[in-house]
Each structure stands twice: as structure tokens, then as C-alpha cells.
Design a protein around this ligand. Structure first.
Ligand code: CA
Ligand code: CA
Ligand code: CA
Length: 323
């Protein structure tokens, strides 16, 4: 999204006292030498940096250093995540865009630590969830950063319907705001509930599905100003239980190399953002998930639950108790 909206976001953030550019605000820009990420305190991306990108933005979300291209920070800072229990309606989410994407709510920071290459955010949502995002270079390929996500039920009792949303506005340089977007892997058995190209959606997992014309799997939609939205349902978590999975952010010089990078980590659910839909040059950006493809051990009930069947809570509790 374009500059006018960004300025609106910054103005509102300023009015609200939100320190997008506040130096005391915990955040980190991390890099493995190929991929650079701007990680904010709650684990959302898009923080202020100093080095202008290929098209001149000084915010860092996801950058490919060989070209200097930024992939989400241009225009609005629309990138974020949320965790919720769809049964009790407890929710918390973080997004540095307030005007379009609805910003951040329901999250308390527990800790944020970083080095030159890694960043770890730990937050509390309503005393129900402890959520950790640990950003670390992929050990498999320089083209990917891995965000290891842990959702822990700290409530002391069972959480019935655990949700995770991740959303980003792709803005692929050198053609930001007119990118081609691909989403793949939505039909394989997984915890995925919904995917679309609405990168401007709220990060609140309970805000409901929305799209900008494309849902499920689609290839090279565009050119348009859009992004990627993924909703996951992990079913019930008993007291003290955690759900772990990984998100990958990355880029390569073309589409074939991007797909090869995804293959090295066996990530099958993903989005690509491109300026050139055919070759994927000069950079194809990657946003992918792993560890969401198969149900938890012994959880036919869990699989059915994430498919939208809400009638199996008794079996679900039994199976989780046994696991
Ligand atoms: Ca953007
Ligand atoms: Ca966009
Ligand atoms: Ca393509």
C-alpha cells in the first residue's frame, strides 16, 4: 500500500504514542548476509532501519541483500500475526499498520532479545497463551530465515480451538504495489483453514476470512497491490501443551532458485511475491510454513476439528490427554 496510507499510519501511531521510530523500542534487524529481516518486539516484521532499499524505503521487513530489494515494508507496514482461542474468543495480535490492518491488541511483552543474526520475542496473550517467535538463519539454505513459533497453553486448563494467523502485504521491489502473488499447498492435509491474497487484513485470527479476489491455491495473480494471508487451526491444547511450527521468510534471484530453497526445507505451504511472474527475476520472495502439514499424533479428532467440525470436543480431550 502506498505512501499516503503509510503517513496516515505513522500519524495515528504517533497520536497513540506507539514508538515505531522510538529508539527505546525493542526491535532488531537481523541478517545471514543474504536475507535481512526487521523484527519488532512482538515478533511482527517492519521496523525502521537506516539503509534505503532498492526503491528507497528506510523500513526493513524482508530484504534480499544481493539486489537490495524490500518485499513488504514499502508503503504501509502491513505484516503481522495473531494467536487466539476461537472458543473463548481470547485473542492477541501484532501488526505495525494501524490504519488499514488494525494494529496491535491483547499482547503483553515478556522478553525480546537479539544478536546480529537472531531475534526472539516472547509474549503473553490474556494469561492463556505464551507465544515465542525465534528468528534464526535456516541451517539448510542461505535463501531462507526460519521463525520457530511456539504456542504454549499457560492457562491451567484446556484451550479448545487454537488459531494462528500470519498476514503480509507483499510489495515487491523493483515494482512495489504491482506485484505478482502465488499461493501453493493449500489442498494438502494440514492445519490450514484459509488462505488468500489479502495482505491488508487484520492480524486478529478471529477477524474472519477476507480476500482481494484470490483464495486457496493460485499462481501469479496480478500485477496488483496485494499480499498473502494464512489462517491455521491447531485444535485443542491441554494445560501446559505447546504447538510448534516454523515460518520461512526468504528470497532468491529467480523462481527456480526460490522453489529449490523451499525444497531444501520441505516447506509445501507457501506464497511467492514477484515482479516478473515468468522468471521471478530479479528477486522472488518467499513466505512459507512447515510443521503444519500433519495432525498431531493420535489426533483424527484434531484433524476433523481444524476442518470445521466442532462436535468432537470430548474425543479430542481424551486423545490429547493420552498423547
Ligand atoms: Ca507494505
Ligand atoms: Ca502489496
Ligand atoms: Ca511465477
Amino acid at each position: 500500500m502506498k505512501l499516503k496510507n503509510l503517513m496516515g499510519c505513522l500519524a495515528i501511531a504517533s497520536l497513540l504514542g506507539i514508538g515505531i521510530t522510538n529508539s527505546a523500542h525493542a526491535a532488531a534487524i537481523v541478517s545471514n548476509g543474504t536475507i535481512q529481516l526487521g523484527v519488532d518486539n512482538f515478533g511482527q516484521l517492519n521496523v525502521y532501519g537506516e539503509t534505503p532499499s532498492l526503491s528507497g524505503t528506510t523500513f526493513v521487513g524482508l530484504r534480499y541483500l544481493p539486489t537490495g530489494a524490500e518485499a513488504t515494508a514499502p508503503g504501509c507496514l502491513c505484516e503481522g500475526w495473531g494467536v487466539a482461542d476461537a472458543a473463548s474468543l481470547v485473542t492477541g495480535y501484532a501488526n505495525n499498520d494501524w490504519l488499514t490492518s488494525g494494529g496491535t491488541s491483547g499482547i503483553n511483552l515478556l522478553s525480546f532479545t537479539s544478536t546480529a543474526t537472531e531475534a526472539t520475542s516472547v509474549v503473553d496473550i490474556g494469561g492463556i497463551f505464551k507465544v515465542t517467535h525465534h528468528y534464526t538463519p535456516s541451517t539448510a539454505t542461505a535463501n531462507l530465515y526460519e521463525a520457530k513459533v511456539t504456542i504454549e497453553n499457560i492457562s491451567g486448563s484446556t484451550v479448545a480451538d487454537t488459531r494462528y494467523r500470519r498476514v503480509m502485504d507483499w510489495d515487491i521491489e523493483p515494482t512495489p504495489f504491482s506485484e505478482y502473488v502465488t499461493i501453493a499447498g493449500t489442498t494438502i492435509p494440514s492445519a490450514l483453514l484459509f488462505a488468500s491474497n489479502n495482505g491488508f487484513a487484520s492480524a486478529n485470527p478471529l477477524s474472519g476470512p477476507s480476500d482481494l479476489g484470490y483464495t486457496g491455491d493460485f499462481v501469479d495473480a496480478g500485477p496488483s497491490d496485494h499480499g498473502a494471508l494464512f489462517d491455521f487451526g491447531f485444535g485443542s491444547l491441554v494445560a501446559g501443551e505447546s504447538k510448534e511450527f516454523s515460518i520461512f521468510y526468504g528470497a532468491a534471484g529467480n523462481e527456480l532458485d526460490a522453489l529449490a530453497a523451499l525444497a531444501t526445507v520441505d516447506a509445501k505451504i507457501y506464497s511467492l511475491g514477484q515482479s516478473d511472474p515468468a522468471t521471478g527475476g530479479p528477486n522472488t520472495f518467499i513466505f512459507a510454513f512447515k510443521g503444519v502439514e500433519v495432525p498431531e499424533p493420535g489426533t483424527l479428532a484434531g484433524l476433523l476439528a481444524v476442518s470445521g467440525f466442532g462436535l468432537l470436543s470430548r474425543k479430542k480431550r481424551q486423545s490429547n490427554t493420552n498423547s
